[in-house]
Design a protein around this ligand. Structure first.
Ligand code: PAF
Length: 284
């Protein structure tokens, strides 16, 4: 496995692979891998000639007071996992090589980013879209793989790629969960044992919502109220950032469930801000 830190060296190699007509798969990450990351790599491994994984804790997607400086990291362990997952090249740039001190060019996708995480993290998606665009230019992948836990991020990346005519196919993969249903996240490491014990209720609240929708409740306020009550009872120390029902494509809030809907939640539990979602789809 190659380990590449220099963006220029990465791009040179990416261009060589492209000229040779190889299928290059990219899994962009911020490191501290768990089974969710590895499932993306295993899927990508089966669909490409060259598999690249990147690890970069992108400072521009963190707002003031967020966990940029404490973001968990273990590069040596990730490197070993990358080898086991069949990664051909691990791209690990450093901040100063990705952003010059006078960096001032940004990619914004305003329509999809005013709701959900965009509301409480106003600069987050600008940072994500910008770094993903840079990673695409550096690695020159044929396709890139992202997890559906960050559903809004995936929607933003799809729109950016389409509208900027970036020749990269975007693949979304299902959320990976712990045995008790908690969505896997590098941030789960922040949870105390007491917080970890109640965290699976985040998912259970979403399953309750799905049951209510399938049994005929279509009023978004009533659905939000029922799940909010469930969270108050089962995660009393949790602070709800948002619980929304949105159109899965436009990320606009829906007042009544008439078609496929995404129920998305962000909840603060101690030092962690955890997100999860459920896509309630209807047979046509
Ligand atoms: O989902 C993540 O880990 C990050 O937002 C990403 C896509 C690697 C961009 O920094």
């Amino acid at each position: 496995m190659l380990r590449i830190a220099s963006p220029a060296a990465m791009q040179e190699l990416g261009l060589v692979w492209r000229r040779e007509g190889l299928t290059v798969g990219l899994v962009p990450t911020m490191g501290y891998w768990h089974e969710g990351h590895l499932s993306l790599m295993r899927w990508a491994r089966e669909h490409c000639d060259v598999l690249v994984a990147s690890i970069f804790v992108n400072p521009t997607q963190f707002g003031p007071g967020e966990d940029l400086e404490n973001y968990p990291s273990d590069l040596e362990r990730d490197s070993e996992l990358a080898r086991e997952a069949g990664v051909d090249a691990l791209f690990t740039p450093v901040r100063d090589d990705m952003y010059a001190p006078d960096h001032g060019t940004w990619v914004t996708v305003p329509e999809l980013t005013t709701n959900l995480c965009g509301r409480s993290r106003p600069i987050h998606f600008r940072g994500v879209a910008t770094v993903v665009c840079k990673l695409f230019n550096l690695v020159q992948p044929t396709f890139a793989v992202f997890g559906e836990k960050d559903w809004q991020q995936l929607a933003v990346i799809r729109k950016m790629t389409r509208e900027l005519d970036i020749p990269v196919r975007i693949e979304g993969r299902p959320i990976m969960r712990e045995a008790d249903g908690l969505a896997m996240s590098s941030r789960n490491v922040y949870l105390t044992p007491e917080e970890r014990a109640v965290a699976p209720h985040i998912r259970r609240g979403l399953l309750l919502l799905e049951d209510l929708v399938r049994s005929g409740q279509t009023d978004a306020d009533a659905l939000r109220a029922a799940v909010g009550k469930y969270y108050e009872a089962h995660i009393p120390m949790g602070r709800l950032d948002y619980l929304e029902l949105v159109d899965p494509a436009t990320i606009e809030t829906v007042e009544r469930v008439r078609d496929d809907v995404l129920a998305a939640v962000a909840l603060r539990l101690g030092k962690a801000r955890l997100i999860d979602n459920i896509h309630v789809a209807f047979e046509r």
